[in-house]
Design a protein around this ligand. Structure first.
Ligand code: NCD
Length: 312
């Protein structure tokens, strides 16, 4: 990353090269192995604010822990009780917090395009990281998924077949994963969903599309499962969750059709019995909690990178 101007935002993985992504993953792995005492001064005196306009468990807590483990001060804006509920605009709220000395905002927003507008309204020395934006981007989820995949399958993604299954149409996680898989040279990407939940054909034309899950699983090295995003659907796009589980739920019988050492991933929150069966979610091929663990490391790496600290 030498010679490249210091970035101020991480809003999409599409703006990074494969080398930059690999560098961030390497940095995350190094940070994960450091003793707590060796980490906790690295960003001391800097302040992070989490501002979530949509619910979150993993992403919010993971960013907060990552920041604290690097010595940062952390504040969380409770959007429900903040002055936003009195009509203050999102950008006025963030500028107010920036005036108190916030160096980095981690923002989740339901509207696509909202984060670029917020970044433009902030002072130039204040950083902004997307914690999930509409249907379009969830860059740190994409990074932690790539780290988990790399740990399970090695660094050469060109040999891999990855099957992404579920509500791809509404999924910012799928889009960030696809951006990263493309940059890292993944050999074969399959998208599988009922026709109503596949993305438009001109989005990701390089991917193979499947409606039949049993076929999409055959020989796959990695199965990325997605939650049914019912909060983002404007109409009933699946007949029922029972039908969905029958046709698209990952159970042990289907998993047996994948490569013998296939890894199963899911960004969480999982809907047990909707997109994944208990026997798989809790079984030996599932890396779901590895993803969560890697999330803290990846977010430490992103914070250091944006704040211009350390090598890599
Ligand atoms: C995802 C999100 O909010 O985009 N969750 C997460 O951050 N791990 C996926 C989802 O909500 O299904």
């Amino acid at each position: 990353m030498h010679g490249v101007p210091k970035p101020r935002t991480l809003l999409t993985l599409d703006s990074l090269s494969g080398e930059q992504i690999a560098d961030l993953l390497d940095r995350a792995e190094r940070l994960a192995t450091l003793a707590p005492s060796a980490r906790r001064e690295r960003l001391i005196g800097r302040t992070l604010a989490t501002v979530f306009f949509e619910p979150s468990t993993r992403t919010r807590i993971s960013f907060q822990l990552a920041a604290r483990r690097l010595g940062m001060d952390v504040v969380d804006l409770d959007v429900g009780t903040a002055s936003i509920s009195k009509g203050e605009t999102d950008s006025d709220t963030l500028r107010t917090l920036a005036a108190m000395g916030v160096d980095v905002f981690v923002v989740r927003h339901r509207r696509d395009g909202a984060l670029a507008a917020l970044a433009d309204s902030l002072p130039p020395d204040v950083a902004l990281i997307s914690a999930g934006e509409g249907r379009s981007q969830h860059p740190t989820q994409g990074l932690l998924d790539m780290l988990t995949l790399r740990q399970a399958k090695g660094r050469d993604f060109s040999r891999l077949t990855v099957t992404i299954t579920g509500d791809i149409r509404h999924s910012r996680v799928a889009r960030s994963d696809l951006h990263a898989l493309r940059r890292l040279g993944c050999g074969n990407i399959r998208l599988c969903a009922p026709p109503t939940l596949l993305p438009d054909p001109d989005e990701f034309p390089e991917c193979q599309r499947f409606e039949d899950f049993d076929s999409a699983v055959v020989g796959a090295d990695a199965l990325f499962m997605l939650r049914l995003q019912r909060e983002r659907m404007t109409e009933g796009l699946v007949p029922s969750v029972e039908h969905y589980f029958r046709d698209y739920g990952l159970n042990a019988v289907r998993l047996a059709r994948a490569a013998p050492d296939a890894v199963v991933m899911h960004p969480g929150p999982i809907n047990r019995g909707v997109e994944i069966a208990d026997e798989v979610a809790d079984g030996p091929r599932a890396a779901i909690l590895d993803q969560v663990r890697n999330g803290v490391a990846v977010r430490m790496a992103v914070l250091e990178w944006l704040l211009g600290v350390g090598a890599g």
